[in-house]
Design a protein around this ligand. Structure first.
Ligand code: ADP
Ligand code: GLC
Length: 476
């Protein structure tokens, strides 16, 4: 079984969120299942730098529309997974975030940049390919590669099957009608059963409509997105394709995220040396300028600052949360207004609330290890990786019962399996109540140890998910 895993992010080199983490660790787990996986990703500067020895193996041409002729370079990831770099500097040799320009707005040519990525994925899966490796399945991820199934639909000859994994239904890749021509898609694709979506071209809708199978990253999210309330305008289509839709819960990279070996941590610990987690807490408090106190629970957030993550609820309750009493540390970036609101919060509560705006991988690890309680009040959460990192780091999470959070966190009320705190309504009051339950439990060492141990014992490895994906590929 040969699979091309097409992605717009790849940890540890290019990552804005969980998609990067998944792309960085699922392929190796698939290879362990005997699947011949290659990863296709744009040659962003970080990747060009990381793989200076990549060699050009093809130049896909006649791609249609205004799409250019890129190069395809091959390299190998440190774990041995072959990497195909889509080399077109005019599109991808740009600094920073893969989607946004310096002003924080989408690049104006994103339809061409990710259209090219989708088109080249389809080229690799078609008879036009000059590679000596022909994939059976193109595994697409989110809107950025959602157009590949549409291209496959219109190419002649024997073609690979396609799977689209939805990591987040909120990002739909919407562009105007003119892009149809620029992307080299036929007029015949502009309809309800094709790429058209309420007068726009939607990369995501195209993939949902035309992929041979659809998956998403947790069973709960797979159910939720088929409801009008949470389907973000795609519910009808998803219900129509329900027989082809499955939910496969993400795993995590258990090597990168292991408190016993994590090179970002000042001090290592594990389930049998849990008291040593305290060293990380004290160091974290020093690092961010909080009072170094072991008698206060330290609450933490590491997140994109967006509506999705429900952090406006946290903003509403921060004064009360600090009076529980507790300390709070936040690492995040995104929505400018939310960035300002959190920054000014820290300003008002020095020593008790610390906020760092930015993206900092090492700091994220130190927070997971140093905090006592992790907060994830998401409005919706397809899977969520941070709650799994915090479970593994003995930092019980407070989460809203949605998507993958509901599938991974068990409320403390369940004495046998409880590993965190779960609340229902997306309201400030419900979040405060759950945070209060958590800080109260924190003051009961026996109860707390039990929660921590349940979380740390959870199997979050990729093995189970990789088996499910392997079955899905075979079914295609
Ligand atoms: P999403 O993909 O919706 O952002 P996930 O929980 O699946 O949510 O994954 C988020 C990933 O991004 C995690 O690895 C998390 O640690 C990381 N992350 C988010 N924000 C930051 C940040 N400001 N600095 C460092 N890492 C971050
Ligand atoms: C998305 C989702 C997140 C998920 C990640 C990886 O960014 O928001 O819930 O964990 O993708 O699948």
């Amino acid at each position: 079984m040969k699979v091309l895993f097409a992605t717009s992010e790849l940890a540890p080199w290019v990552k804005t969120g969980g998609l990067g983490d998944v792309a960085g660790s699922l392929p190796a787990a698939l290879r362990a299942q005997g699947i011949d996986v290659r990863v296709l990703v744009p040659a962003y500067p970080a990747l060009v730098q990381a793989f200076p020895d990549a060699v050009e193996i093809a130049r896909p041409h006649w791609l249609g529309g205004l799409l250019p002729t890129p190069g395809l370079k091959q390299a190998a990831m440190p774990d041995g997974t072959p990497l195909l770099l889509l080399d077109y500097p005019h599109y991808f040799d740009r600094p920073g975030n893969p989607y946004l320009g310096p002003e924080g707005r989408d690049w104006l040519d994103n339809h061409l940049r990710f259209g090219l990525l989708s088109r080249v994925a389809a080229w690799i899966g078609s008879e036009a390919s000059t590679l000596d490796w022909q994939p059976d399945v193109i595994h697409c991820n989110d809107w950025q590669t959602g157009l590949a199934p549409a291209y496959l639909q219109f190419l002649p000859g024997r073609l690979a099957k396609s799977l689209l994994t939805v990591h987040n239904l909120a990002f739909q890749g919407l562009f105007d009608h003119a892009s149809l021509f620029e992307l080299g898609l036929p007029d015949a694709s502009w309809n309800l059963n094709g790429v058209e979506y309420y007068g726009y071209l939607s990369f995501l809708k195209a993939g949902l409509q035309l992929a041979d199978a659809i998956s998403t990253v947790s069973p709960s999210y797979a159910r939720e997105i088929q409801t009008d309330a949470e389907g973000m305008g795609m519910a009808g289509l998803l219900r129509h394709r329900a027989a082809r839709l499955s939910g496969i819960l993400n795993g995590i990279d258990t090597e990168a995220w292991n408190p016993a070996t994590d090179h970002h941590l000042p001090h290592h610990y594990g389930p049998r040396r849990l008291e040593e987690k305290a060293v990380n807490k004290a160091r974290l408090q020093e690092e961010v300028g909080l009072e170094v106190r072991d008698d206060l629970p330290l609450l933490a957030v590491v997140s994109r600052l967006t509506e999705q993550k429900g952090l406006d609820l946290l903003l509403q309750i921060t004064p009360q949360a600090l009076e529980l009493p507790a300390q709070l540390v936040i690492l995040g970036s995104g929505d400018r207004a939310m960035e300002h609101a959190f920054a000014s919060l820290a300003h008002r509560h020095p020593g008790q609330c610390a906020v760092r705006i930015g993206f900092d991988e090492g700091f994220a690890h130190r927070i997971e290890a140093g905090a006592d309680i992790f907060l994830m009040p998401s409005r919706f959460e397809p899977c969520g990786l941070n709650q799994m990192y915090s479970l593994r780091y003995g930092t019980p999470p407070v989460v809203r019962a949605t998507g993958g959070l509901a599938d991974t966190v068990v409320d403390a009320a369940d004495q046998k399996h409880g590993n965190g705190f779960v609340f229902g309504p997306p309201t400030a009051a419900a979040l405060l109540d759950a945070a209060q339950r958590a800080t109260t439990a924190w003051r009961d060492p026996a109860l707390w140890r039990r929660l921590q141990k349940h979380g740390m014992a959870r199997d979050s490895s990729w093995a189970t998910a990789a088996r499910h994906y392997a079955d899905l590929y075979r079914s295609l």
